[in-house]
Design a protein around this ligand. Structure first.
Ligand code: SF4
Length: 244
């Protein structure tokens, strides 16, 4: 991978199967994929998910579908190294692509949305992108609950954040959900339940339009990935078993 890492990645924004589903709700979603957790570290990068748990790192979407391909991993690492080493030029390019995304959404008569942390958990990067582009909606799933508990006033109006539960943040997640201010996300292993710990569950696999879910509800996600990844997510307690 070493030689190819020297070049800048061709594009910063793309789409994936999940974000494409949001077209049905009238939204065109751009997906921004950096290298999750420690993926870029052997190449000189940094840990991109400060509050990741062992279970979420194992069940991360990087282990599902096309994301497992070396070409995809290479592109994620190249973007991450660029962002770490030269954030000013990186954000200039990101803004250029976001402007093109907005123009395309306008042409298609769709709302422009972007998911800056599709495979990372960097609130500062997302806040900057949302602040620079106030006419685009942004959203992310995050496990940075300690960070958001301290900095929720920094969230721009056009940035929607969903709190993801894991085996290591469960108690804090529950406390924040009980304030009624947030939408949550839980990964289920088995049939989608109607409720979880008293919160209504909406099927979050049908689209990625999280901003349509009211505060106090949970986006239910299904455990996916390789058999090894799913086993690790089960054993760690990251995925919540249902249907027993
Ligand atoms: S925090 Fe999200 S992106 Fe990071 S390792 Fe966990 S599931 Fe993957």
């Amino acid at each position: 991978m070493k030689d190819t890492l020297k070049a800048k990645p061709p594009r910063l924004l793309g789409s994936n199967a999940k974000t494409l589903k949001s077209r049905g709700t009238g939204a065109l979603v751009a997906s921004h994929q950096l290298a999750p957790a420690t993926e870029s570290v052997p190449h000189g990068g940094v840990h991109m998910c400060a509050e990741a748990s062992a279970g979420c790192a194992a069940a991360c979407l990087k282990n599902a579908g096309m994301n497992v391909m070396p070409t995809h991993s290479n592109a994620r690492v190249r973007r991450t190294l660029w962002w770490v080493r030269d954030p000013v030029s990186y954000h200039a390019q990101l803004n250029k692509e976001l402007r093109a995304h907005k123009r395309k959404a306008d042409r298609l008569d769709l709302e422009a949305w972007a998911r800056p942390n599709t495979l990372s958990d960097q609130p500062g990067m997302a806040i900057q992108a949302a602040t620079d582009n106030p006419d685009i909606g942004f959203y992310d799933y995050t496990k940075r609950l300690k960070w958001w508990a301290k900095h929720k006033d920094r969230k721009p109006e056009n940035y929607f954040v969903v709190l993801s539960r894991s085996e290591s943040n469960h108690e804090r997640w529950l406390r924040m959900m009980r304030t009624g201010e947030w939408v949550g996300a839980v990964v289920f292993d088995g049939p989608m339940p109607d409720t979880y710990l008293g919160f209504p569950v909406v099927d979050g696999t049908k689209d990625d339009s999280v901003w349509l879910s009211p505060p106090g509800t949970i986006r239910g996600l299904q455990l996916i990935g390789t058999n090894k990844a799913k086993q690790a997510a089960r054993e760690s307690g990251f995925a919540v078993k249902t249907g027993e």
